[in-house]
Design a protein around this ligand. Structure first.
Ligand code: ZN
Length: 296
């Protein structure tokens, strides 16, 4: 591998290289150890990039920083309470690694086409978790994965069902309604609730409508949503009609006979999630979005 002299790294890479969680990457940034070098604007959010030189220089400092964090947190929240929490967290992490291993082993016996959608759904569920906790740019990759599902799986709808759920329209107040809201000392949302908009206000129809993707394979169940505006062209271009549904499922997964806990995501690193999903979409000729290699 070429010696990387000035490479920019995303948070997934930084977290892997320093062996810390994404939250701790943010903590390094907040405490001044790590500066954002560049910001890439993606469709769904900003991606922060860091210089590999600075990241490399932190490697020897991390044990000391972690120790400092622990002392600090112990001081604030109580050492014995945190020791119990750490112990519990470690046990649950071990447990979750076990579940992950079992899941991946079990689906390995399924026909390839089922195996692939379940495997990518599993990693997409974790991507969703990472995206929801403030890394909105990751929704760009979610869109590509769901697009690949549409391309490959919509005809075999015994495993994938896509439905449409009508949501509210979004009203953007016109300047005179905004002025009236201000006069009445109301926020725009309060004003809309009380008065609605006028004919001059702009309406975005279906703004809060969603497509729901249900991947149901008897033993495993995943549910994902995507905004109407992000996906409508996929169906229009392919001439696919989507059934409308009135009640929406909660987004999530029951891969292990129950809903996956949020903390389960910690057993699955973001770098692995991105690698898996980008490999999956590459089989449909879709280019990767994020770097996941490690410059030496
Ligand atoms: Zn108006």
């Amino acid at each position: 591998m070429m010696a990387a002299s000035n490479v920019l790294l995303n948070t997934a890479q930084v977290s892997k290289i320093l062996n810390i969680t994404l939250n701790n990457v943010q903590r390094l940034n907040k405490e001044g150890y790590l500066a954002v070098n560049e910001i890439t604007d993606l469709k769904n959010g900003k991606m922060y990039l860091y210089s590999n030189k600075q990241v490399d220089s932190l490697i020897p400092l991390i044990p000391r920083i972690k120790k400092h964090w622990q002392q600090n947190d112990d001081y604030i929240h109580g050492a014995s309470k945190l020791a119990r929490q750490r112990n519990k967290r470690h046990q649950s992490y071990q447990h979750k690694l076990g579940l992950k291993k079992t899941f991946l082993e079990n689906i390995a016996f399924l026909p390839e086409y089922r195996q692939k959608i379940l495997r990518s759904s599993y990693f997409l569920f974790h991507l969703n978790h990472y995206a929801k906790t403030g890394n909105y740019y990751l929704y760009d990759l979610k869109e590509l994965v769901l697009y690949a599902f549409v391309q490959y799986y919509h005809k075999n709808n015994d495993i994938l069902q896509i439905s449409f759920t009508q949501g509210n329209n979004k009203t953007i107040l016109c300047p005179s309604c905004k002025a009236r809201a201000k006069d009445q000392n109301l926020s725009y949302i309060e004003y809309l609730d009380n008065n609605g908009g006028c004919s001059k206000c702009t309406k975005q129809y279906n703004y809060y409508s969603l497509y729901e993707f249900l991947i149901d394979d008897c033993d495993y169940y995943f549910c994902f949503h995507i905004p109407y505006y992000s996906a409508k062209k996929w169906f229009k271009n392919a001439g696919i009609t989507i059934v409308e549904k009135t009640n929406m499922q909660q987004e999530g997964a029951t891969a292990f006979g129950r809903t996956i806990y949020e903390s389960e995501a910690r057993a699955v690193e973001l770098v692995e999630v991105i690698n898996e999903l980008q490999y999956f979409i590459s089989e449909f000729g879709i280019e990767p979005l994020f770097e996941t290699y490690f410059p030496m």
